[in-house]
Design a protein around this ligand. Structure first.
Ligand code: PRT
Ligand code: ZN
Length: 285
């Protein structure tokens, strides 16, 4: 039977969450993790474990059908692959940084400077867009030490917390691009594989929707029921049931994680009691 081949990072920052995502989508992997290949026992899917830098090429060459990789890797070279879904993990940014003692007013600072990076493609596009003439020095690792050892004046690298920059005496002065893990796909997939991909995406989207929403239950005094219902957006409208105690109702609904605290405060002000907020495991919207 036809199956879809998924390339994920073998070991690194994206590995755990890539496997976690597939597991949450109900996919069980049989022959252990972190080998070269593993097969799903309950879904037509095979996993290839690769270095993250190799994933776009494998997908472009049809060795894998889809892959999970950072946008930074995709942005660096023009691969013939489609980015089909953002995954919300592996978030970082690609930034220019200079020694912290340097004065900085604008990107024209970089004219005539030597910049060390592992991302020459993205950097060149940025410099060209600003008509800046700088020298790009490509190095493959430990970019952050380049200014300290006199190899470059500045660096262009991935930043997440910023602590690597700080501990190397550098400051971030331009954010050039943001990045997160995404699913990429070969654009020549067979109809049968496309169907499997649709099924997989449906499950992943249900997991994502569940993560960004919470189920809420509360007891509301009937006199404020209308205002309380108006405060909770919900998927459609909330479920309202009478409580055994006269004058009170139980209200059930779904809240977006990011509007959660603000709404809870309003509900308390309206006399809501016994508020329970429960994680949702899967949400089919
Ligand atoms: O072995 P393989 O080639 O597969 O792995 P790798 O070493 O090339 O990549 P890995 O595992 O380090 O990162 C995989 C992906 O995670 C990257 O392509 C990014 O999409 C994403 N990601 C998210 C990061 C970071 N955050 C990150 N902080 N990748 C690298 N870093 C490094 C960065 O290079 C710098 O050295 O962490 C340092 C900065 O971190 P802060 O927190 O100190 O700012
Ligand atoms: Zn890599």
């Amino acid at each position: 039977m036809e199956k879809i081949k998924v390339a994920i990072q073998k070991s690194g920052r994206l590995s755990e969450q890539s496997i976690g995502l597939l597991k949450e989508a109900g996919i069980s992997l049989t022959n252990g993790e972190r080998r070269l290949v593993s097969l799903a026992s309950n879904f037509p899917l095979e996993i290839l474990y690769l270095r993250d830098d190799d994933i776009p090429q494998y997908v472009a060459d049809n060795v894998a059908d889809i892959g999970i990789v950072g946008e930074n890797v995709i942005l660096e070279k023009d691969y013939p692959v489609d980015t089909i879904l953002k995954l919300g993990f592996g978030k970082c940014r690609l930034s220019l940084a200079i020694p912290k003692t340097e004065e900085y007013a604008s990107a024209s600072y970089f004219n005539g400077k030597k910049i060390a990076t592992s991302y020459p493609g993205i950097l060149k596009k940025f410099l060209d867009s600003k008509s800046i003439d700088a020298e790009i020095h490509v190095i493959s690792g430990s970019v952050e030490i380049a200014p300290g050892i006199g190899l470059a004046d500045a660096i262009f690298d991935i930043v997440s917390s910023g602590s690597t920059l700080i501990s190397n005496g550098l400051k971030e002065v331009e954010v050039v691009a943001g990045s997160e893990a995404v699913i990429i796909a070969n654009d020549q997939m067979t109809p049968a594989k496309k169907k499997i991909l649709e099924k997989l995406l449906f499950r992943i989207k249900a997991v994502q929707a569940a993560k960004s929403n919470k189920y809420i239950l509360l007891n509301a005094p009937n006199e404020n029921l209308d205002s309380i219902i108006a405060t909770i957006p919900g998927m459609k409208s909330p479920t309202v049931m009478p409580l055994a105690e006269p004058g009170w109702s139980s209200v059930h609904s779904v809240l977006k994680e990011n509007e959660f605290w603000e709404i809870i405060d309003k509900l308390k002000d309206l006399g809501a009691q016994g508020i329970l907020v429960i994680p949702i495991e899967k949400m089919i919207v």
